[in-house]
Structures are given as structure tokens and as C-alpha cells.
Design a protein around this ligand. Structure first.
Ligand code: NAP
Length: 249
């Protein structure tokens, strides 16, 4: 019998969990535990880190996991690297369900940087109103550029003081619509959008809104990950699961 572990925290992971539940497959969805109120899921959920490669390898073995699907966010690089190594060590086939990166289209005004530290450097200069669309994890790094007014969109209300001196916080959970993001950027007089190249539809509205308003975007490229089997569609993962059961890969 197949016993699938999905590393989640994304809409893709939820979509896969739904598809597997509908087919009657046995699957567990794993969350890091960063969001206080995760969405209800149609399969059992486990929460919290595994304890590095060793912990994940042990989890795969103890729970007789037959297939590992890494459906984490493209910027969850540590988890994805750990998944590659642990899957190899436990002899469990791994597939990554990931979104293709966004590509600029005519009308976009993007500047790409390789990582968060480069993004922090790139916003040196005069004070601006910046839509910092990075979630809450990298806010402290932008304290090195305190001259800006940062508009933050967070899934949960922040606990305690934010590490940035001038902020407006919007608590909201995607998917977002272009009309709403256009309104947000107008309302807050945004002059620059800073975001990660997450890919997918759920968070792309801000790019269309920025394009429509002629606002520049500082785009943080994805981290480079070790080679792995990558898929972009839930249906592809389902086919791989069916196929690999026969081939033992
Ligand atoms: P990360 O830096 O790659 O992971 C740090 C550690 O968190 C991992 O080593 C692992 O701990 C634990 N972890 C991460 N994902 C996990 C999962 N699905 N299940 C169990 N443990 C997990 O990841 P991150 O960037 O902090 O992202 C954390 C979660 O948020 C991921 O599930 C990701 O899909 C989601 N997310 C991330 C972003 C983003 O921009 N980074 C955006 C949206 C959603 P151990 O080493 O102890 O196993």
C-alpha cells in the first residue's frame, strides 16, 4: 500500500492532499508550524520540524513512507535540501511539486537580485513607500534600511514589536486579486514592490497591479536547489505515484 508524506505549506500541497484524499490514498501532510491557523485539510496533518536530515530519514523509515512529495514553497530551501538527502538515505522516491518561476512580460519594470541580502542593499537610498511582500520571516534584515515606510502583508497579526521603525501592517491571506492589489498600492502610495519569485497564481496579482500602475518591482530570485525530480501539476504527481508503484522508482 502507498503511504505518502507531503511536505506542505503551499496551495499546491493542499491541492495534492485533496486529490489524494479523493482517490482514497493514504497520505500525511506536514507543516513547519509557522502559521497559527493553517487551513483545514482532508488528510491527517503533522506539524513541526523533523530535526534535520536525520530526523526526516527516521520519520520516513518509522512510518513506512513509500513516497515523499516535497510541495514546500520554492524558498523553503533547507527543507527541500533535507528532503533530497533524507529520501536518498531512506530509499524513498521523491518528487517535488513546485511552481514555475514568474517571468517578466512587456510592461514590467523588474530588477532581479539573487537573495535577501542583495535586496536589502538594493533598497539603499532615499526614503520610499515600499510594499515588502515577503511574509514576516525576513523583516529584520530590512532594518538596515530604516528610511523607508514599509507596507507589510502578513498572514497572522504580528506578535510584539516589528523590527522596522515605519510600517503599515495588513493582515490578509491569499489568493489575492489584481483589483485588490491595485487598490492597496494606490491607497498606500506604493513606489516599490519587493517580493520573492514564488511563481504560481496565488500571489501574482501584485505583479499585474504593479505593471498596471507603472511601479517597479525588486524581484528576489529563487535559491538554487540540488537536482531532483520536479513536477508542476498535481496530475503529474498522481501519474508518478501510480507509475512508480509499478516500477519501484
Ligand atoms: P526552510 O527554511 O526550508 O525550513 C527550515 C526548517 O523548518 C526545516 O529545516 C524544517 O525543520 C522545518 N520545515 C520547513 N518546512 C517544513 C514542513 N513542510 N514540514 C515540517 N518541517 C518543515 O523553510 P521556510 O522557508 O522556513 O518555510 C517553512 C514553511 O513555510 C514551509 O512549509 C514552506 O512551504 C512554507 N512557506 C514558506 C515560504 C517562504 O517564502 N519561505 C512562503 C510560503 C510558505 P527540520 O530541519 O527540523 O526538519
Amino acid at each position: 500500500m502507498r503511504n505518502i508524506l507531503i511536505l506542505g505549506g503551499t496551495t499546491e500541497a493542499t491541492a495534492l492532499a485533496q486529490a489524494l484524499a479523493q482517490r482514497g490514498d493514504t497520505a500525511v501532510l506536514s507543516y513547519a508550524g509557522r502559521v497559527e491557523t493553517p487551513r483545514a485539510q482532508p488528510v491527517p496533518v503533522r506539524t513541526g520540524g523533523f530535526g534535520g536530515v536525520a530526523g526526516l530519514t527516521e520519520y520516513l523509515r518509522i512510518n513506512n513512507v513509500t513516497h515523499l512529495v516535497d510541495a514546500t514553497h520554492p524558498f523553503a530551501a533547507t527543507m527541500s535540501e533535507n528532503a533530497v538527502v533524507a529520501a536518498r538515505e531512506a530509499g524513498v522516491p521523491l518528487a517535488a511539486l513546485t511552481r514555475p518561476a514568474w517571468q517578466p512580460v512587456p510592461g514590467d519594470n523588474w530588477r532581479s537580485v539573487p537573495d535577501i541580502p542583495s535586496a536589502v542593499q538594493a533598497v539603499a537610498g532615499d526614503s520610499q513607500r515600499v510594499f515588502l511582500a515577503l511574509g514576516r520571516m525576513h523583516l529584520a534584515e530590512f532594518a538596515a534600511q530604516p528610511q523607508h515606510h514599509y507596507v507589510l502583508r502578513l498572514v497572522d497579526p504580528p506578535l510584539g514589536r516589528l523590527p522596522l521603525p515605519q510600517t503599515t501592517v495588513i493582515v490578509s491571506r491569499g489568493p489575492f486579486r489584481v483589483a485588490d492589489d491595485t487598490y492597496l498600492m494606490r491607497e498606500h502610495r506604493i513606489e516599490l514592490v519587493v517580493c520573492k519569485n514564488a511563481g504560481g497564481d496565488g500571489a501574482s496579482a501584485k505583479l499585474a497591479a504593479a505593471r498596471g500602475l507603472g511601479i517597479p518591482v525588486l524581484m528576489i530570485d529563487r535559491p538554487v536547489l540540488p537536482p531532483r525530480r520536479e513536477m508542476h501539476e498535481v496530475a503529474e504527481v498522481l501519474r508518478w505515484l501510480d507509475h512508480s508503484a509499478n516500477l519501484g522508482v
